[in-house]
Write a protein that binds this ligand. Structure first.
Ligand code: UT7
Length: 339
């Protein structure tokens, strides 16, 4: 009998609420020049598309940002926190290195009790991995409402004297509530991938079990982000073009049938390269990297929040994540379908 209850029909799982939070402090490109770095607004804007980013102050953590984004998504969904069955937090900058998890801390902060709480670590592809995981629980009827929050405070892990890295990143959180939607709506596809052979091109060397933090690691700044920018750029475009094409082919969709392509906001040139290769039209693309910089896994749900009032009912939205690991992933969401 119990077994039968686990084997009901599959349920359509979709996004019923969205929210975001950015730290208060805005840092413009000129502010970075004024810090004494050998760079310019022109270089950063032209090479990355970034004009501004928000940076968490020393008293603000990932869970602080996640809490506000989560509350906004829950309110936007029109449910109560007590209606949640699970919380998934995508982050590589949890409040604590090992434990407790960010998801457990968030559970307590928003007043949810005794529910599933899980951190997902897939760097900038984390939102794709997290909604893919969360939507499976809704789809199989194991959970009714799952909160997914993607949050990162990478500014706390960049060398603020390294002009090649520090201008790229901003902090932020984006959140969605996943729940049952009308049949055929919601998270339609899950195509996630990884290739760990590229692990070295974007990494934090020290602080883990391979190289626990010590004075040497601290002196050599090995607890901060190390990035081979050009290699990351090349790997991203080489993985994304065939992956997106393969997903479209697999589900027998044309580029024109996708209403909006939402890319991880890492570099406007990566996005435009892929856009041109695939023949994506200007009005199928929405970018906000100029406002927020690269907020890692938060960037896709932050775009969803910025654009939520203009998505059309039934529009196909493609979510494209990529980043450290190397990991990448594509989800197609049919927007709306609220029951
Ligand atoms: O979520 C994934 C996270 N990471 C990424 O997405 C990064 C992907 N990569 C990129 O976005 C680009 O590779 C960067 C923006 C990081 C760099 O742009 P690039 O066009 O690939 O420049 P480059 O690394 O080839 O450097 C070109 C020059 C170098 O000077 P030399 O060697 O030609 O004299 C750099 O030292 O630009 C120099 N440079 C800068 N100059 C002024 C690097 N950063 C800066 C800077 N301002 N901020």
């Amino acid at each position: 009998m119990i077994i039968n209850s686990l084997m009901g029909p599959l349920i359509s799982a979709g996004i019923i609420g969205v929210g975001k939070e950015l730290p208060e402090k805005a840092v413009s490109n000129q502010d970075i020049v004024d810090m004494g770095l050998d760079t310019s607004d022109e270089w950063i804007s032209e090479r990355t598309g970034i004009k501004n980013r928000y940076i968490a102050d020393e008293n603000t953590s990932s869970v602080d940002l996640a809490e506000i984004a989560a509350k906004r998504a829950i309110e936007n969904a029109g449910i109560n926190v007590t209606d949640l069955d699970g919380i998934i937090v995508s982050t590589t900058t949890p409040d604590h290195l090992m434990f407790p998890s960010a998801a457990c801390l968030l559970q307590s902060r928003i007043g949810a009790r005794n529910i599933f709480a899980l951190d997902v670590s897939a760097a900038c592809t984390g939102f794709n991995y997290a909604i893919s995981t969360g939507s499976q629980f809704v789809r199989t009827g194991q959970m009714k409402n799952v909160l997914v929050v993607a949050v990162d405070c990478l500014s706390k892990f960049v060398d603020w004297t390294d002009r090649a890295v520090c201008p790229l990143f901003g902090d932020g959180a984006g959140a969605v509530v996943l729940s049952e939607v009308k049949e055929g709506y919601g998270v339609l596809t899950v195509d996630l991938s990884s290739d760990g052979r590229y692990g070295d091109i974007l990494k934090v060397q020290a602080g883990g079990s391979r190289q626990p933090m010590n004075q040497n690691g601290f002196d050599n700044k090995e607890y901060l982000i190390q990035m081979a920018g050009r290699a990351v750029f090349k790997t991203a475009v080489s993985k994304l073009v065939p992956s997106i094409s393969a997903v479209l082919e697999k589900y027998e969709l044309s580029v024109e049938e996708i209403g909006t392509f939402v890319f991880h906001q890492a570099n406007i040139r990566i996005i435009e390269f892929v856009k041109d290769k695939l023949g994506i039209a200007d009005d199928q693309l929405y970018t906000n990297i100029h406002k927020y910089g690269n907020t890692s896994s938060a960037s896709i749900p932050i775009v969803l929040d910025d654009k939520k009032s203009s998505f059309k009912e039934g529009e196909l939205v493609m979510l494209i994540g990529f980043g450290a690991g190397f990991a990448w992933g594509v989800n197609i969401v049919k927007w709306g379908g609220r029951l």
